[in-house]
Design a protein. Structure first.
Length: 314
């Protein structure tokens, strides 16, 4: 029987019908794994050992009372077979400290998914630069004058902070927009925070597709997140509508380019975002959409993930 731990945000705050970490806990329980729950603030190192105050967790697939926890117990992280790092962004200095603790655990026989080193290296926006044949025109800088000069060439653009999630603080603008300067001042925090500018892709009206990959291999269906009539963002948290679709030929092309690099880096579970013909993000911290795809296509993505871990990782 595997002994696993899930590092995640407080479980009482999740939406169990949509949460991918919850899907993983359900799958682990179905496989009779011993599952532990840990919040990031309970990770620590003492006496040369990576440790945590963990709780045994039992879950139920229901809208209320979906979990029960044991009392907290001091546990060596080295005692786990697998630790799943599923804490949501922001990717700040505390998140990096958490990866250091997990990397210490991984220095023995514990498998941390995704690799702590990869979590630090693969910023979800910046990492797209590793695949220039797949991405739209973009510029990454914190210098407002440099950003403006490229925006003049690109036309309509999307402005993204490098450490956000769920569509937060994302703007659509152009060189003609009288609000451009204040948008750049806001997102760069007056030239102090690195920011990504991507050329706007009109195909967003057909959906921002989330494609999940397990150990470099794509799940054959994606969730196209289609913007509402009142917003350009497709994020479900911003009112977008999810529609399950099979992968297109171009989706497979992008997945086959990105997948081997993910596998090489120890990124066992990832979500790539594709709009039209372009890769726009590579999500490695806590990719979502398992539950929606499972329900639409009668899949068991989290079960497949654990099968892969048992067969190919352990």
């Amino acid at each position: 029987m595997l002994k696993i731990a899930m590092v995640m945000d407080p479980i009482e705050t999740i939406k169990p019908d949509k949460d991918s970490s919850f899907a993983m806990l359900l799958a682990a329980q179905k496989k009779d794994f011993e599952s532990h729950y840990i919040t990031a603030d309970q990770l620590y190192i003492a006496d040369g050992l990576a440790q945590a105050n963990s709780q045994l967790i039992t879950v139920k697939d229901q809208p209320k009372n979906w979990f029960s926890l044991s009392e907290k117990q001091r546990t060596s992280l080295h005692d786990f077979d697998v630790i799943l790092m599923r804490k949501d962004p922001p990717f700040d200095m505390e998140y990096i400290m958490d990866t250091y603790v997990l990397e210490h655990a991984a220095s023995n026989s514990t498998h941390v998914i995704n690799s702590p080193q990869a979590l630090r290296d693969a910023n979800e926006k910046f990492f797209t630069e590793s695949f220039p044949d797949c991405t739209p025109d973009n510029i990454i800088s914190r210098n407002i004058d440099i950003l403006k000069s490229y925006i003049k060439e690109m036309g309509e653009v999307i402005v993204k902070p490098m450490d956000g999630m769920g569509g937060n603080s994302i703007f659509k603008t152009s060189a003609k927009d009288k609000n451009l300067t204040v948008i750049l001042e806001t997102v760069t925090q007056n030239g102090t925070k690195t920011t990504m500018i991507q050329k706007y892709i009109p195909d967003i009206t057909q959906g921002d597709k989330r494609i999940l990959l397990i150990n470099g291999q794509a799940v054959p269906f994606a969730l196209a997140r289609i913007p509402s009539n009142s917003d350009f963002r497709g994020n479900l948290a911003k009112g977008g509508t999810g529609k399950g679709v099979p992968l297109s030929k171009n989706d497979w092309r992008i997945a086959e380019i990105v997948g081997p690099k993910l596998k090489e880096m120890g990124i066992v579970f990832a979500g790539i975002d594709v709009i039209g013909d372009y890769l726009t993000e590579v999500n490695v911290t806590s990719p979502t959409c398992i539950r929606e795809l499972d329900k639409t296509f009668n899949l068991d993505i989290a079960g497949d993930l654990f099968d892969c871990i048992q067969k190919d990782i352990l």
